[in-house]
Design a protein around this ligand. Structure first.
Ligand code: NAD
Length: 511
């Protein structure tokens, strides 16, 4: 939901409503820009002490946070489910899965953040090392679809690297953000502060001079506002944006496994996942059988308000009308609905029957734009090259998925996909693997979360260059210009001949 930032706002209340029932979940402050600045100031006050703690100490503290996280996981999962409308089991899975991130960071922070030796050339003159320092205060602007999971793709890494965090949760799930911070700070250090609100609060965070780096996860249109705000202070930004992930299935692949994976990854969390399988691309030998298998699997998916249903309500007001209009447009242009396509009225929530389309025209928005709803388009490719071309045709590139006849073919396809990651024989799992870098290309964003890249993303690297021998290269530029013969002698000395000692002597003596 992109909202234009308002110039000024008076302090007001933000109400969080359950999309399944329409009931009020709770209230919190809809912060003004000044209030956000006060939160940032608190985070800055806490930053110095946290940064000075050795990495080993911070890593140990992450284990304390993890214990607190697991202890309060049921409370957090209940709130997450209430604010997003997802089922309790999906929320519990989300909350518990990210405890692994805390674990991974705590055991790998020292390795990821230790000072590295860097190669210098010419090595005979200088030695260098790269040190990793915290930025200071990281601003995290988060979406609502995984209000615990998404911030926790950032916070453990940012904390391990020695930063404190200001979290701006979505206005649709602010209370989960507040509880998440309470759990983290409950482990004994005030390292995370929360600024609640919508576009005004997010805009204030993005343009604040008190924030040293921004991590934004959300939609492309909002990303542009964030970038404009960040430009005020040239604040660096990591962008984790939308996707339009394709699952490619080629002749000879395991059709049953591909169909079940596609259905699982397309409809989990009602399709409201950045890495949801929104497209399936099949070569001619498997296309018809795959469509039949996907149709059969989709028929088993339960949609509705029952706690045991696979597909709950769409969280954002207005989503259902927007996506049904896209489906209708595609059908008017020749697409065929194989499953779903209609809304299901069940009490308060807005539900879409899990929808599968084939023969979708290339220009249809349902095929080219992120739907963020339980909708899958199946495309027929002429051959493997055409499948890769179709996959790369959209200008979003978060992740890709491949089911091929054998490993060599899968690898060859994976190499050609224009995406930030590729999963073979599965889908969507990249965001759950703490040790693996995660992020997109093209309009899906830039920068990397998770893995060792995640530590570096939230650290400033500093090169420290020291002399090996007492020669200042710049000093040679001072005073009278050096004799060209001396330059040639240095070049000869560096080129080699003899061991290090000979070369040093040559340098000192000028040849
Ligand atoms: P959104 O862009 O509407 O909102 C994201 C955040 O930005 C919210 O906290 C919102 O309050 C804030 N915001 C709104 N206007 C702002 C402004 N003018 N300045 C600063 N901040 C502002 O996105 P959403 O609807 O919450 O989330 C859905 C989108 O997020 C989808 O496009 C989805 O693909 C994407 N997403 C991406 C990833 C990923 O890892 N790549 C993960 C989850 C979601």
């Amino acid at each position: 939901m992109t909202i234009e930032p308002a110039e000024t706002r008076t302090a007001s209340v933000l109400r969080s409503t359950n999309p399944r029932t329409g009931e009020l979940v709770g209230e919190c402050a809809d912060m003004t820009a000044d209030e956000v600045e006060s939160v940032i100031a608190e985070a800055r006050r806490a930053a110095g002490g946290w940064a000075q703690r050795p990495v080993r100490d911070r890593a140990r503290h992450l284990r304390a946070i993890r214990r607190e996280w697991i202890r309060r996981a049921p409370e957090l999962a209940r709130l997450d489910a209430a604010e997003t409308g997802k089922s309790l089991i999906d929320a519990a899975y989300e909350v518990l899965a990210v405890s692994i991130n805390l674990d991974w960071c705590s055991w790998n922070a020292r390795r990821g953040l230790r000072t590295r030796r860097a190669a210098t050339f010419p090595t005979v003159l200088k030695r260098a090392r790269i040190e990793y320092d915290p930025y200071g205060v990281i601003g995290v602007i988060a979406p609502w679809n995984y209000p615990a999971g998404i911030p926790m793709q950032v916070i453990p890494w940012a904390l391990a690297a020695g930063n404190t965090v200001v979290l701006k949760p979505s206005e649709l799930s602010p209370l989960t953000g507040i509880l998440l911070a309470d759990i983290i700070n409950g482990a004994g250090a005030d390292v995370i502060h929360v600024a609640t609100g919508g576009a005004t609060a997010g805009g204030a965070l993005a343009s604040s001079g008190g924030i040293d780096k921004i991590e934004f996860t959300g939609s492309g249109p909002t990303a542009k506002h964030v970038l404009r705000g960040a430009a005020e202070n040239i604040t660096p930004v990591v962008m984790e944006l939308g996707g339009k992930d394709a699952l490619i299935v080629t002749d000879g692949a395991d059709i049953d496994a591909a169909a079940r994976t596609a259905v699982g990854a397309a409809f989990f969390n009602a399709g409201q996942t950045c890495m949801a399988t929104e497209r399936v691309i099949a070569t001619p030998g498997v296309h018809d059988e795959l469509v039949a298998a996907i149709r059969a699997e989709t028929a088993k998916v339960v949609v509705g308000p029952e706690p045991s249903s696979h597909v709950g309500p769409l969280t954002m007001p207005g989503s259902l009308d927007r996506v049904i209009a896209r489906i209708d447009d595609a059908v008017a242009d020749g697409a065929t609905i194989v499953a779903g396509g209609t809304r299901r009225t069940a009490g308060y929530g807005q539900y879409l029957e899990p929808t599968v389309l084939i023969d979708v025209p290339a220009h249809a928005e349902v095929l080219t734009e992120e739907n963020f709803a339980p909708v899958m388009c199946i495309q027929r490719a002429r051959d493997v090259d055409h499948a890769v071309e179709l996959s790369n045709r959209v200008d979003l590139g978060l992740s890709g998925s491949v089911f091929a006849a054998n490993r060599d073919e899968a690898r060859s396809i994976a190499r050609r996909l224009d995406t930030g990651g590729v999963v073979v024989g599965d889908a969507m799992v990249g965001a759950g693997l703490a040790g693996v870098a995660f992020g997109g290309v093209k309009r899906s964003g830039y920068g990397r979360l998770q893995g060792f890249d995640g530590f570096r993303e939230f650290s400033r690297s500093r090169a420290v260059i020291e002399p090996r021998i007492n020669v200042s290269l710049m000093a040679t530029l001072a005073g009278p210009r050096p004799d060209p013969g001396r330059i040639l002698a240095i070049a000869r000395a560096l080129r080699g001949g003899g061991g290090l000692r000979t070369r040093l002597q040559a340098l000192r003596g000028g040849g």
